[in-house]
Design a protein around this ligand. Structure first.
Ligand SMILES: *Cc1c(COP(=O)(O)O)cnc(C)c1O
Length: 410
């Protein structure tokens, strides 16, 4: 029996028990509603659904019970333990999308119009950078990139550009693992009535909750840690203003057509249940790998926010529970060493994603950031020899052994 006054004290319990069982057959696990549309028994019933008097589903681009289960779970874990302005439990609205890119497109296009400006920072996910500089730019929306980790740079940019409507941050950021102080940015943004959105993909809501600091929107590529098993592309957009999410943002989402699929939503719901367990192991493995790399003579530089030597270690300590699984590092001898090392790995897998249970490794300059000009990406710290690593949950000895033998081949 569920009782609304029974407070769950941990995020794994919340991840398992936040979605009502979305089915009339009492199936324990919300089924895969593989249906494009939903039926009406009468014309009156159809009419009631279209005016919203009856909240049952209409058409799967507009929502589907399998999506709802994952949306409720994500909203619950993203707001876990947080309060709103009235000291009530924070209520968030989540909308699943077909990809992280679709979630960010809904976010940007439902909040920005021609003449508006979006302010962001260096070292963004490649797809985010391209949406800003191609899609938004073509739509007449201006993009300013500045080092907004520095409060004075942020304020100066805002003062010089009265049309800034949204500040978009990604923290930790891809692939340099730089962090942005969410509280500091949000505080300044609020003084100027500017919206703030955060890409929380690398951290996950278990490690970091941007809504705690008053951001307006969060999005994730659920393809990564939230699904966790590399079985589906997906995204989610989450908003604090439920009314706005249910009207304009929902409308834009539906019109742009970025809905997910019932099967992908099912896989996502399944992954969410073990988020905390997976992240604990990802984080402890990543710390050991970062320490190993830092002490290795072939390694020139290690970017991991958990290391006291990382410039954003203090910011990460303030806003993250642990430091995540993403590491990037540079081998001495650049591109050549990177090629030799990556090709010598026996267990760790070369692929361009992250956040899966197994360890994935990639070379941004030749893959994810290949469309960003060399001078431009080097400003972000993405040099020819940079390697990005998403440390998995394998037994740590095997990850370290694989690295050891591959580094010996240099
Ligand atoms: C993967 C990723 C995206 C894009 O998500 P897709 O699911 O690939 O569309 C956006 N931001 C970050 C940080 C990512 O890692």
């Amino acid at each position: 029996m569920s009782n609304s006054s029974f407070n769950l004290t941990g995020i794994t319990s919340v991840a398992m028990h936040s979605a009502e069982r979305e089915n009339s057959e009492h199936a324990h696990i919300t089924p895969i509603y593989a249906t494009s549309t939903f039926t009406f028994d009468t014309i009156e019933e159809g009419a009631a659904r279209f005016i919203g008097a009856d909240k049952s589903k209409i058409y799967s681009r507009w929502g589907n019970p399998t999506f709802v289960a994952a949306e409720k779970t994500i909203a619950a874990i993203e707001s876990f333990g947080l309060k709103d302005e009235n000291n009530e439990p924070l209520k968030l609205k989540a909308l699943l999308h077909s990809s992280g890119q679709a979630a960010m497109t809904t976010l940007f296009l439902s909040n920005l119009k021609a003449g508006d400006t979006v302010l962001s920072h260096y070292s963004l996910y490649g797809g985010t950078y391209e949406v800003m500089h191609k899609v938004l730019a073509d739509a007449g929306i201006n993009v300013i990139i500045a080092d907004i980790r520095k409060a004075d740079v942020l304020e100066e940019a805002i003062k010089k550009n009265p049309f800034i409507k949204l500040i978009h941050i990604e923290t930790p950021a891809n692939p340099t693992i730089n962090c942005i102080d969410i509280e500091a940015v949000t505080k300044i943004a609020k003084q100027y009535n500017i919206l703030v959105s955060a890409d929380n993909t690398f951290a996950t809501p278990y490690l970091q909750q941007p809504f705690k600091y008053g951001v307006d929107f969060v999005f994730h590529s659920t393809t990564k840690f939230l699904n966790g098993h590399g079985t589906a592309i997906g995204g989610v957009l989450i908003g604090r203003d439920n009314e706005y999410m249910n009207t304009k943002v929902w409308k834009w989402h539906v019109l742009l057509g970025g809905n997910t699929s019932p099967f992908d939503a099912f896989l996502l719901s399944n992954g969410l249940k073990t988020l905390e367990l997976r992240m604990d192991r990802h984080c402890s493995n990543a710390m050991k790998v970062a320490e190993y790399l830092q002490n290795h003579e072939a390694v020139a530089l290690v970017n991991y926010v958990g290391l006291p030597t990382h410039p954003d270690n203090e910011v990460a300590k303030k806003q993250m529970k642990q430091f995540g699984s993403l590491i990037s590092f540079e081998l001495k001898n650049g591109y050549n060493a990177a090629t030799k090392f990556m090709n010598a790995l026996q267990m760790c897998t070369q692929a361009t994603s992250l956040g899966t249970v197994d360890t994935l490794i990639s070379h941004p300059a030749s893959t994810s950031h290949v469309s960003v000009a060399k001078e431009e990406r080097e400003k972000f710290g993405i040099t020819d020899g940079l390697i990005r690593l998403s440390v998995g949950i394998e037994n740590i000895e095997d990850i370290l052994n694989d690295f050891e033998q591959a580094l010996r081949s240099l």
